[in-house]
Design a binder for this molecule. Structure first.
Ligand code: GLU
Length: 306
């Protein structure tokens, strides 16, 4: 396995010059483009790693998986579907052009910004309680208890988050977001959660839970219910890589979620949780080396879903 990961890293490195570090959030532009890592965990909890495995980066969109899962646990699929669709998007992750053009203007899916902001808005409890609950969930998913927010990234997101602000107010304007919701507080929490610091090891732990029907391979705890886990994996498969999800589905064929911090996690049901990271992004906002590494690993280990 170690050799396979080393080969994947070599392939990934070839892709780095073709990508660019995210710059629309100024703090993300400081990422070291040479940092590249992989971690893979099996269903017994054994982990193999390669590259810069202790390098920290922010979760960004990957946290949308945890926010969506918690919204589903809180409200159930039927009620969440009333507020957020599951339609793959041909537009960019921060697209402002359309909310779903059905009668109630739902955001297209929970993994584009509008949908994730909506999920943050419908979680149960006060804003503080929600932050606490999402962080608590992440701690279980990562199997460690000191999960932290990167304050500089959070402040940078907040200072430059006007597109996200516009999305949230548009949803309030159309009425899909309830009129009594405090948009600024919801956005503040969303920016904080996008700024949670992780390593590929954390994300491999999280992916392994998703691959193992919501159960931690290490502690045996059922962290996500079977039903929620199934829905989350399905939406990851169809919407996890923004408007690149279709091509990713044929190239890698695993449910996955990427973030503009350069991480991608992927779950191979009953087999492995995999995480890759490098901050050079393709035009869709996915780690360009990360996609290549996952394609290689999925092919070599014969993990393709279909
Ligand atoms: N915090 C980022 C934003 O809202 C998340 C984007 C992403 O990773 O797709 O723009």
């Amino acid at each position: 396995m170690k050799e396979l990961l080393e080969q994947a890293i070599e392939l990934g490195k070839e892709e780095i010059p073709l990508g660019e570090v995210a710059s629309y959030i100024p703090e993300l532009a400081n990422a070291d483009v040479k940092k590249i890592g992989i971690a893979i965990q099996d269903m017994q909890g054994n982990m193999e790693t390669c590259g810069d495995v202790d390098n920290e980066f922010t979760m960004q969109s990957i946290v949308k998986v945890a926010i969506y899962a918690l919204a589903l646990e809180d409200l159930g699929l039927r009620r969440v579907l009333e507020k957020v669709g599951v339609k793959p998007s041909a537009d960019a992750f921060n697209s402002i052009v359309k909310l779903e053009d059905d009668s109630n203007h739902r955001p297209l899916n929970p993994f584009i910004n509008a949908g994730a902001i909506m999920c943050t808005a419908i979680l149960k409890g006060s804003i503080d309680k929600r932050r606490h609950r999402v962080i608590e969930l992440l701690q279980k998913l990562f199997n460690r208890d000191n999960v932290q927010i990167d304050i500089d990234t959070y402040l940078s997101e907040k200072a430059t988050g006007d597109r996200n602000r516009a999305l949230a107010y548009m949803m309030k304007g159309t009425g899909i977001m309830d009129s009594d919701i405090d948009v600024e507080k919801v956005l503040d929490l969303y920016f904080q959660l996008c700024s949670v610091k992780v390593t590929v090891k954390d994300l491999a732990n999280m992916a392994a839970v998703l691959a193992n029907d919501g159960v931690s391979p290490i502690t045996g705890e059922q962290i996500l219910s079977l039903k929620v886990n199934r829905v989350v994996l399905t939406v990851m498969f169809t919407c996890g890589l923004y408007d690149y999800s279709g091509e990713f589905a044929v190239r890698v064929a695993l449910p996955a979620k990427s973030g503009v911090g350069g991480g991608i996690l992927a779950a191979s049901k009953g087999k492995y949780g995999i995480a890759v990271a490098n901050p050079a992004l393709d035009i869709h906002g996915n780690s360009i080396a990360g996609v290549r590494m996952l394609e290689y690993i999925s092919d070599k280990l014969d993990l393709e879903t279909f």
